[in-house]
Design a protein around this ligand. Structure first.
Ligand code: FAD
Length: 440
């Protein structure tokens, strides 16, 4: 049996490695149009900011590794041009030689990921304007910085990529202005939490403009539609991503309402023997039961592994996501899971909401305040979502909330959790337990 996978970053390589572990007989080939594979896109801002010194730390594996360890053939510089499900073939172009050839599959996994969205702004293609999606983009940003020594950056978009890059630029001495077209930064958070993030950014010397629309980018400026001119030697468009679905769509594979590839819990598309995983697929939200598009490396790795199991006959399926995310900007950590208040109200829930400010561990052990916002369904007291901001210990708390929501906990259940305590790590009554005491 021949398994062909398209895309060799997080999802594609996870799928291949799992399929090989399950089945030693399978022929496995991956086509990847880029020249680099299996890299940590999540580490790229830290390389730009100088915290990661060597690029090989971001790209630990190459095709030779996959061949020798897993007997998997990864053909880089090969773009899949089209699929013909009726005879299980695909057309592939060798981008180096220009040669086009046909391959066949018995099972096919689409792991084509996503691409950066570039809004139609005049000047968006200027040589000082960049997106950050892959190692090639990262290298372009780095060589621009090395060759031009920019002093001022404008970052358009205040999601996690925009804010991580904001920290990186400040670390290497570049002044940052952040531009957001919405009335708040960090669009995934509710506005009453996002305001703390904005204040923190401003305290750290970042100029933040919300409700701001860019009309034009020139060699040294970003110009807003109110004619305000912002000096910009380098501009980053961190304005979102969209799933790479052309190949699938042209082959008759159904897309979901979010525009990503529609799959069932076994990651099967509407065409038999074709599966999808990672950032190109639509996700199922475990709380709302609705289709959503929340492309993240955590989910890409997980769905890749599940796709590898399913194609080798294992009885596994993907249970969906909570939209859990965490990132930091300077010393501030920002985390969320489940539904925000805004999302819960849009979905028609009658909700209870609390804000709970507690220290992560005693001050004598270096603890710091964290703000927890929690949302529960009034009808059955079940937790719907949580957002946390703080500089210490938020990763542990968000993951406890993730676990609680996943297993359908009610707010009162939090008080009964037998959480670990020592002053080095938490307080005797943990902030998670306090949340349960005041949320009903
Ligand atoms: P991709 O990484 O997009 O890979 C898909 C591959 O398919 C690409 O290499 C592409 O060239 C190839 N391809 C597409 N079409 C074809 C074709 N027709 N033929 C051949 N090859 C094709 N996630 C987190 O969970 N936590 C984080 O902290 C985090 N930080 C991030 C920071 C940055 C700066 C970025 C950009 C992303 C971050 N992510 C993070 C997201 C994470 O990197 C992605 O979710 C993950 O890379 C998705 O993996 P994927 O394999 O599905 O898709």
């Amino acid at each position: 049996m021949r398994l062909v996978i398209i895309g060799a970053v997080a999802a594609g390589t996870s799928a291949a490695a799992k399929a090989r572990r399950n089945n030693e007989e399978l022929e496995i080939a991956i086509y990847e149009k880029d020249n680099l594979i299996s890299y940590s896109g999540c580490g790229m801002p830290y390389y730009i900011g100088g915290q990661i010194k060597s690029m090989t730390e971001l790209i630990p594996r190459d095709p030779a590794f996959f061949k020798s360890k897993y007997n998997i053939d990864i053909l880089t510089g090969h773009e899949v041009l089209s699929l013909k499900p009726e005879n299980k073939t695909l057309q592939v172009k060798n981008l180096l030689t220009g040669k086009i050839f046909t391959d066949h599959y018995d099972k096919l996994i689409i792991a084509t990921g996503a691409s950066a969205v570039i809004p139609p702004i005049k000047g968006a293609k200027n040589p000082n304007v960049f997106t950050l999606r892959n190692i090639g983009d990262m290298n372009k940003i780095n060589s621009f910085i090395q060759n031009n020594r920019p002093k001022k950056a404008v970052i358009i978009g205040t999601g996690f990529i925009g804010l991580e890059l904001c920290e990186s630029f400040k670390n290497i001495g570049i002044d940052v202005t952040l531009i957001e077209r919405l009335p708040q930064v960090t669009p995934g958070l509710d506005s009453d939490m996002a305001i703390y993030v904005q204040e923190y950014l401003e305290k750290n010397g970042v100029k933040v403009l919300t409700k701001a629309n860019v009309s034009k980018i020139t060699k040294n400026n970003v110009i807003l539609d109110n004619d305000e001119k912002l000096p910009a030697d380098i501009v980053i468009m961190a304005t979102g991503i969209k799933p790479n679905t052309d190949l699938a769509k042209n082959a008759g594979i159904e897309l979901g309402i979010t525009g990503a590839i529609k799959v069932n819990p076994r990651l099967e598309t509407n065409i038999s023997n074709i599966y999808a995983c990672g950032d190109c697929m639509e996700h199922y939200h475990m709380v709302s039961g609705q289709p959503v598009y929340r492309p993240l490396g955590s989910t890409a790795n997980k769905t890749g592994r599940i796709a590898g199991e399913v194609v080798t006959g294992e009885n596994n399926h993907f249970r969906g996501i909570l939209g859990t995310g965490i990132f930091k900007v300077f010393e501030l950590g920002i985390a969320q899971t489940g539904l925000s208040e805004k999302e819960a109200l849009e979905q028609g829930y009658d909700i209870s909401v609390i804000h709970n400010t507690k220290i992560s561990r005693p001050e004598y052990m270096g603890g710091a305040e964290m703000i927890i916002k929690a949302i529960a369904n009034k009808k059955d007291a079940k937790l719907l979502g949580v957002q946390i901001i703080g500089s210490d210990g938020i990763d542990k708390r968000i993951d406890v909330f993730v676990t609680a929501i996943t297993f359908g906990a009610k707010a009162e259940d939090l008080i009964h959790l037998d959480l670990a305590y020592s002053p080095a790590f938490s307080t005797a009554k943990d902030p998670v337990m306090y949340t349960g005491m005041i949320l009903d």
